[in-house]
Design a protein around this ligand. Sequence first.
Ligand code: BDR
Ligand code: CA
Length: 311
Amino acid sequence: KLPIIIDTDPGIDDVVAITAALFSEQLDVQLITTVGGNVGIENTTRNALNLVHFLGKDTPVARGANEPLMTQLVTAAEVHGESGVGTYQFPEQADESLLVKEHAVLALRNKILQSSEPVTLVPIGPLTNIGLLLKMYPETKENIKEIVLMGGAVEGGNATSVAEFNIFVDPHAAKIVFDSNINIVMCGLDITRITTITDENIKIVEEYGKVGKMVSEMLSTYGDSSSTTKLSSIHDLCTIFYLTRPELFTVVKRAKVDVVTEGPAFGCTVAEYREDGNVQVCLDADVEAFRLEFITTFKKIFDELEVLQYV
Ligand code: BDR
Ligand code: CA
């Protein structure tokens, strides 16, 4: 299994991505670190703990940075609700037994340095923790296999007309990450606008037990689905499917990516396509296959939990 660490700000699409990762046969989620983003750190951490508990897993969770490096936190409560998970209520509040004592940045350092195999980082929120990690503990770079992140856009934004939310929240941290020379896979808006899920797909998943119900309930209040086309971008899920089903991503181009940290293009990612770039930018995917993978993923989780009930 591929060892990964998810850095996240749950967040409705974060919840979908984490769930898929925790049940994947190919991935070993060693740690979940939280960051302020969609909502503040208290809520993103509580949501992560509640989710792991709800899924019956024991993945440790470490609380990370609330504030971006240089700016004030901007949240996206209009997309994810005040709590971060819409109007959904987890049946039980998790206790803090899965919460590790160390700050996320230290927990990341320890996990990465202790791992016998290079670790893949999967950041699906603002890059504050990862930026801090690379500055504070540069020795960890040696044992990072690659960074598969959701963030940025070669064309167009969602936080502003040119900036994607995760990068817009903390462009200074993003700049540290993109400039690090580590191999990066960028699942930005270019790909997440293409890999949409339909209302019909969500209705199918709704029938898949308690996990399916959770996902469909959260997605019913998710602010990133258009009311006219009934298509939702489950942005963060792209990173997990990139790791488990890379063949779904049909066009991926190598680039050098620069992050704008000043002026009207604040938070914009600029990509120059070139063979010696450290970033692989995802640009196209097989949408029908992606949708089928979404459904199959939750069907498998349903089957697995059903079997568990009878043993
Ligand atoms: C990204 O911003 C957040 O609102 C989502 O969780 C996703 O990580 C999309 O721009
Ligand atoms: Ca996110």
